[in-house]
Design a protein around this ligand. Structure first.
Ligand code: NAP
Ligand code: SF4
Length: 674
């Protein structure tokens, strides 16, 4: 057995979890969709059939005032809908447990009816909450209890009550959001009361043979957040009240420390879970950036947790656990922690999916059925689009030849993987290399396919995924030797000077600035460096883990100007849930971000610009162009003219959509139908 700890059953006395893997809670948007419960049933059942030990659903609100306009579990009618999910999971594998997460967002609810212990608006909340009176508090407790009872009725094996993240229960626990002077505020004993009464009354209602999990903010990353003693006390009191499992969480949504983005080291926070585990006698779950089975095994082996929760990991690959069990871990489609199709969608009000797996949450819509009419297909270009197409078509039984002009697969991912903090892109390239072997794709590296060869090659269909060419802006002096393209800079083909102007502040402008302002090893690979950069003290655990800790960021040794023509703030177009991390990092390194810039010319003196109509010369020695891309589609045009059946995908189809999410999705849907 490759992963003895991960695969070890956990006996809870009245029931057994078949192994130590948990699919963690993620709101997907299916909860509110018409026909969403059928789709959710298929989504969870696929994971249940592939070896996961326990599933926690996305957060479900216990009542209307907490529902954010979203799904609630408050009556028998709603319970009946959830039966679709529990039955699908239990019939996929009767040994898999599924628990419903009860999530009362409190001050983060998207409704003016929102409630909280005190009228303190969250930094990221929409409204000032309505302060609960005592009757209101009891109603919230009763609604939690009823929600758990309905979940039991719906066939769930248990519930997880979320007491973290800035949602209602955690807002009682923390001083800055609980200004009450009655028995629910003031002393810590009083601030804990709401959480403890919910747990006590829920346990009394559901009986002993129902899994109760409480999600605790083991390090909330808040200035003035919970102290370590408070975390431990809460854990111990929950245990006395009959909680079966404590799940550790590491942030409030409003905190200024990234906890799941790609620059966070793998398993960065499991040490905190390990310390709590020593203080309680119930099993403890850890989480965050556990995306490969060896990482999970190591965490369990070192005694840091009893169970590992993996959420996005299971979006990226529903077969994660079965591949681990069968020793096929090199076939795992690894979550790269980009957030682009999951959390960015969730917080943007869109349905969740996954950049590397567009089937996620679309299991009833996008399926890769074996073909009944195998075709001979040529794919030109082994970037994300070409790779996704090739693998999907080949796994369905088509005969695929993949042409790539360079000596390696990956396209733009080969650039991304060079950026400090984006090391996870190596995993996607590893995955595609392995899939090429598994599905017998005929990969022709260092081969530039041409129209004649493709025409004569006897292919039934040709797919053009030739990608992009960087845009050259029409600026006077653009041919000056000071000017370099982003590809040459990232590949290290050109020397970059000490004073640099970066033209274009999109994702690639930011990536380039990250690269050229960075010194030393990547903090994504080193927990101590990460902690220092973001001001987290894992050792002493001041309140929230961060109170009074100054981030230690090495300033850039280069003077860098990052600029755009738009008047919007620089970086506002980056990912919803990750953009802030990039903006903060560059600002802390001293990069000067300039908006509303008009480029005039480039000459020996540097870059001449107009700002607010005033001329300015930036005395720089290197000007890096990151001004977007144009599609490369000559080959497509030639084949079309020659009447060869051809499809165009990825950046070659729409350079403005040069994002791997769109490319992989488009390629996968097309290959599912060929
Ligand atoms: P982009 O996001 O479209 O940004 C292009 C930048 O160039 C903009 O700042 C634009 O700003 C500027 N620009 C456009 N035309 C210009 C012109 N003619 N002259 C001067 N400036 C011009 O493109 P990108 O940065 O190359 O990124 C491409 C794609 O890669 C993105 O869509 C993204 O999906 C993906 N990506 C994402 C990330 C990430 O962190 N999530 C990282 C890297 C790449 P103005 O027009 O205001 O000047
Ligand atoms: Fe992971 Fe990105 Fe997929 Fe989200 S979209 S599950 S972060 S790979």
């Amino acid at each position: 057995m490759n992963y003895p700890k991960l695969l070890e059953p956990l006996d809870l006395g009245f029931t057994t979890i078949k192994n130590r893997s948990i699919m963690g809670s993620m709101h997907t948007g299916l909860e509110e969709l018409d026909g969403g419960f059928e789709r959710m049933a298929a989504y969870f059942a696929e994971r249940a059939a592939n070896g996961i030990g326990m599933i926690i659903t996305g957060g479900i609100a216990p009542n209307f005032e907490s529902s954010r306009g979203g799904a609630t579990m408050s009556n028998e009618k709603e319970a009946a809908q959830h039966r679709l999910v529990t039955e699908a999971v239990h019939s996929a594998d009767p040994d898999v447990k599924i628990c419903m997460q009860i999530l009362h967002p409190g001050p983060l609810a998207y409704t003016p009816d929102l409630v909280a212990p005190s009228p303190v608006k969250s930094r990221i909340g929409r409204y000032v909450p309505n302060e609960l009176d005592k009757a209101g508090i009891q109603k919230q407790i009763d609604d939690h209890v009823k929600s758990a009872l309905m979940a039991q009725k719906a066939g769930y094996d248990g519930v997880e009550i979320i007491g973290s993240a800035g949602y209602l229960i955690s807002s009682f626990l923390v001083e800055k959001t609980n200004l009450r002077e009655d028995e629910y505020g003031g002393s810590y004993e009083n601030r804990m009361r709401f959480a403890l009464e919910i747990v006590e009354q829920t346990r009394a209602a559901v009986g002993d043979d129902f899994i109760l999990i409480f999600r605790i903010a083991a390090m909330d990353m808040l200035q003035g957040g919970m102290s370590w003693d408070e975390v431990v006390t809460l854990g111990q009191r929950l245990e006395q009240l009959g909680i079966n499992i404590i799940s550790t969480h590491f942030t409030w949504h409003e905190s200024a420390v990234p906890t799941i983005a790609t620059m966070v080291p793998r398993a960065a926070f499991t040490g905190v879970t390990g310390r709590l585990r020593k203080e309680v006698n119930v099993p403890v779950i850890t989480s965050n950036r556990i995306n490969m089975p060896d990482v999970a095994e190591k965490v369990l082996e070192s005694g840091e947790a009893d169970l590992v929760s993996m959420a996005r990991t299971l979006l990226a690959d529903p077969e994660f656990m079965s591949k681990a069990i069968e020793g096929r871990e090199d076939e795992i489609n690894t979550c790269i922690a980009c957030n682009q199709a999951c959390l960015d969608h969730t917080f943007g009000g869109k349905l969740t999916s996954c950049l590397v797996n567009p089937r996620a949450c679309h299991e009833t819509i996008l399926n890769y059925e074996p073909t009944t009419q195998p075709k001979k297909i040529a794919v030109v270009g082994a970037g994300p689009a070409g790779l996704a197409y090739s693998v999907t078509a080949a796994q369905r039984g088509h005969d695929v030849t993949l042409f790539e002009a360079s000596g390696e697969i990956g396209g733009q991912f080969n650039l991304a993987k060079q950026i400090p903090g984006k090391e996870e892109f190596h995993e996607t390239i590893r995955y595609f290399n392995r899939m090429i072997e598994v599905h017998g794709i005929d990969l022709r590296l260092n081969t530039r396919a041409d129209a004649n060869g493709l025409k004569e090659g006897g292919f039934d269909r040709v797919i053009i995924s030739t990608g992009i060419t960087p845009r050259t802006p029409a600026i006077d002096g653009i041919d000056h030797p000071k000017v370099a393209g982003y590809i040459d800079v990232i590949k290290g083909n050109v020397a970059v000077g000490d004073r640099v102007a970066v033209i274009g502040a999109g994702g690639i402008g930011f990536d380039v600035c990250e690269l050229i302002s960075h010194s030393g090893p990547s903090s994504a690979l080193d927990r101590d460096l990460f902690a220092a950069e973001w001001g987290v003290d894992f050792e002493n655990h001041p309140r929230g883990g961060v109170t009074g800790v100054e981030p230690q960021v090495a300033p850039s040794s280069r003077e860098i100007f990052l600029m755009q023509r738009k008047e919007t703030s620089v970086g506002s177009g980056l990912g919803k849930t990750t953009g802030w991390t990039h903006r903060i990092t560059l600002a802390r390194r001293g990069i000067k971000m300039m908006k509303a810039v008009e480029y005039v010319r480039i000459d020996d003196a540097g870059l001449h610009v107009l700002r607010d109509g005033q001329p300015e010369v930036l005395d720089v020695d290197t000007i890096i162009i990151c001004a977007g891309q144009e599609p490369l589609r000559e080959l497509y045009d030639e084949l079309e003219a020659a009447g060869v059946p051809t499809d165009l995908i990825g950046g070659a189809y729409e350079a403005a959509e040069l994002d791997a999410k769109a490319a992989i999705k488009q390629a996968s849907y097309l290959a599912a139908e060929v």
